[in-house]
Design a protein around this ligand. Structure first.
Ligand SMILES: Nc1ncnc2c1ncn2[C@@H]1O[C@H](COP(=O)(O)OP(=O)(O)OP(=O)(O)O)[C@@H](O)[C@H]1O
Ligand SMILES: [Mg+2]
Length: 162
């Protein structure tokens, strides 16, 4: 588990960049946290870091937004806050998606229809910033977090400065 304090939105974006730079070939990421915790900020920063230059829309009502990646595969950004039933996911046509990346906000609401997570990200409000915890959820996730820690790209301070 890796825990860090993210003092501002730029810190959230920097974390997104570090995760994008170290992610495995296929990564399923569950983004946990209350309304306004920074899940979409992290997702947007991540997609930008992967080279997506166009508009990054919030999947609030569409449930999913799909982005072609430079290598020919896809990135999927889901927000399941407004899903009525996990079964609705089956109608989104994601079964045949060749996705290199799944970024899923409110994953508990679609749990049984989602692929298993490699990484669990927990965001929470803390002072004027955010606290983040990164928890591996698969063998690939374990390796990923080791690579992330070894990359030196994480900010060193795990707690808010006084
Ligand atoms: N580390 C941070 N410190 C302070 N503010 C932040 C930080 N990261 C993101 N924010 C801000 O938090 C606000 C809410 O962020 P965001 O929309 O990403 O939350 P969310 O978790 O996706 O919420 P929702 O569940 O409603 O979709 C934004 O205004 C964003 O700029
Ligand atoms: Mg959001």
């Amino acid at each position: 588990m890796i825990a860090r304090f993210l003092a501002d939105e730029a810190a959230t974006r920097a974390l997104a960049g570090a995760l994008a730079a170290t992610q495995p070939a296929t990564a399923v990421v569950h983004l946990h946290g209350d309304l306004g915790a920074g899940k979409s900020t992290l997702a947007r920063g991540w997609l930008r870091a992967l080279g997506i230059t166009g508009t990054v829309r919030s999947p609030t009502y569409t449930l999913v937004e799909r982005y072609p990646l430079p290598g020919g595969r896809e990135a999927l950004h889901l927000d399941l806050y407004r899903i009525g039933d996990a079964g609705e996911l089956e109608f989104l046509g994601l079964d045949d998606a060749d996705a290199a990346l799944w970024l899923v906000e409110w994953p508990d609401r679609g749990a049984r229809a989602l692929p298993a997570a490699d990484l669990r990200v927990e965001l929470a409000l803390a002072d004027n910033g955010r606290q983040v915890r990164l928890l591996p959820a698969s063998a690939a996730g374990e390796t990923w977090l080791q690579a992330l820690a070894a990359s030196g790209s994480l900010r060193p301070f795990p707690e808010p400065n006084p």
